[in-house]
Design a binder for this molecule. Structure first.
Ligand code: ADP
Ligand code: 5GP
Length: 189
């Protein structure tokens, strides 16, 4: 008989590594996996919906929530603040669902301090050249923002050794199959 334990999963990796793409595949196979909606001070991109993509907050409102202790973790990433609401995670775990946070490395390490059983998964691009190519082909960032993301990627990759698991997103089908099997294994452990 297989048993199931709700787990807190954290996925990070440089912007453009393919986290969003992989998570969309994971959701198709594991629709029961809970996702959280982060808060951010950055402006919505075209097509992003408040309360669905992110909770888009003013810097003042974000700071108020930091002071009120509403975030499980928060960090400044690139030029803006991002954070995970503690209530969101607690409610989903209490209802028996595993939860997946897609957050940056600073936030991931904060989560591990508060929830040592959290499983930290790092998504790596095959090469830095391929990472730049993916960011350029996604077409959502200015040239300057791509340069910032590439510079941050080098620091983020240095922290990958602090993660429990690492997946190289080279061939998409292979990487998504590895991620799904890894998540399933942890839920059954
Ligand atoms: P992230 O969420 O990590 O910022 P995305 O999921 O938005 O990254 O992926 C960045 C770009 O790279 C997108 O255009 C996506 O279609 C593409 N991409 C993702 N995974 C792969 C892959 N394995 N091979 C080629 N292109 C990929
Ligand atoms: P984007 O602006 O491209 O949506 O996200 C930029 C970065 O912010 C990504 O690396 C993403 O993982 C990170 N991020 C998104 N939400 C959160 C969050 O709630 N907390 C932290 N620490 N990082 C986040």
């Amino acid at each position: 008989m297989s048993s199931f334990t709700p787990k807190l999963f954290v996925i990070s990796g440089p912007s453009g590594a393919g986290k969003g793409t992989l998570l969309a595949r994971v959701r198709e196979h594991m629709p029961q996996l809970g996702l959280t909606v982060s808060a951010t001070t950055r402006a919505p991109r075209v097509g992003e919906v408040d309360g669905v993509s992110y909770h888009f907050l003013t810097p003042k409102e974000f700071e108020r929530r930091v002071c009120a202790g509403e975030f499980l973790e928060w960090a400044q990433v690139h030029e803006h603040c991002y954070g995970t609401l503690l209530s969101d995670v607690k409610e989903q775990l209490a209802s028996g669902s595993s939860v997946m946070l897609e957050i940056d490395v600073q936030g991931a390490l904060q989560v591990k301090d508060r929830y040592p059983d959290a499983v930290l998964i790092f998504i790596e691009p095959p090469t830095l050249n391929e990472l730049r190519r993916r960011l350029e082909s996604r077409g959502t960032e200015s040239a300057q923002s791509i340069d910032t993301r590439m510079a941050n990627a080098v620091h983020e990759l240095e922290l990958a050794s602090r993660y429990d698991e690492r997946i190289i997103n080279d061939e998409l089908n292979e990487a998504s199959a590895s991620l799904i099997s890894l998540l399933t294994r942890y839920e059954r452990s």
